[in-house]
Design a protein around this ligand. Structure first.
Ligand code: AP5
Length: 215
């Protein structure tokens, strides 16, 4: 099963991608997580990407496409891609790679949510930087504020969740990524979900859509 997630920052893509990984045993390819790990480890990729991420810009296509090529070389049995593709050039490159591998894509899941909700969700998001586990101070708080329920370590807020950077990321989504909705609609693989619904409801809709696409 091969699925890509499309949708604006804060729509819940990372939350749902982790649920799909647990329930279906899919490989999770999260470009944001991979980039953040590279930034933390000060790798050459991380050093190039950091200045774009800090201000809410997209990392250049050539770096991102090379990253995805490396991820697909691991030959994941099935995957959910969270955060890629984000431009038409990335989508075309992914199509070319998957066609060379003879791995057709089953579905592109589009997360729909309104801008005020996205802004509120990102302002109240807390993450475990070691595992990527995500909480929300309003809708899914940890048992003890600022502490991860599982490993007891500190939770942090992402640098790019500051209000000015969030506004920039939402604008970049509209300009660069939204055209992919039409791109995938034309392939017949687009499935829209209401990302304002509760987490479990969204998960059920995605599971049903993927099941139908995979049948
Ligand atoms: P990335 O890490 O991919 O960030 P993003 O796409 O902006 O998405 P987010 O992680 O902010 O949100 P999400 O949709 O995953 O929401 P979440 O589940 O956390 O990218 C970061 C940066 O890396 C980019 O800006 C760019 O610079 C670079 N980059 C990455 N990929 C790239 C690419 N392909 N090309 C170029 N550059 C790239 O949920 C948000 C909050 O809401 C959480 O608190 C959560 O608990 C809560 N929540 C989730 N679902 C619900 C729900 N149903 N109800 C209530 N609350 C919910």
């Amino acid at each position: 099963m091969r699925v890509v997630f499309l949708g604006p920052p804060g729509a819940g893509k990372g939350t749902q991608a982790r649920i799909l990984r647990e329930r279906f045993g899919l490989d999770l390819i999260s470009t944001g997580d991979i980039l953040r790990a590279n930034c933390a480890e000060r790798t050459p990729l991380g050093e190039k990407a950091e200045r774009f991420m800090r201000c809410g810009e997209l990392v250049p296509d050539d770096l991102m496409i090379a990253m995805i090529e490396r991820e697909l070389e691991r030959k994941p049995a099935g995957f959910v891609m969270d955060g890629f593709p984000r431009t038409v050039a990335q989508a075309e490159a992914l199509d070319a790679l998957l066609s060379r591998l003879r791995w057709p894509l089953h579905a592109a899941i589009l997360f729909n949510a309104s801008r005020p909700v996205l802004i509120e969700r990102l302002a109240s998001r807390w993450i475990n930087p070691r595992t990527g586990r995500t909480y929300n101070a309003l809708t899914n708080p940890p048992r003890v504020a600022g502490i991860d329920d599982e490993d007891g370590g500190e939770l942090v807020q992402r640098d790019d969740d500051r209000a000015d950077t969030v506004a920039k990321r939402l604008d970049v989504y509209e300009a660069a990524t939204k055209p992919l909705v039409e791109y995938y609609r034309k392939t017949g693989k687009l499935v829209s979900v209401d990302a304002l619904a509760p987490v479990e409801t969204v998960a059920e809709r995605i599971a049903a859509a993927i099941g139908a696409a995979h049948a």
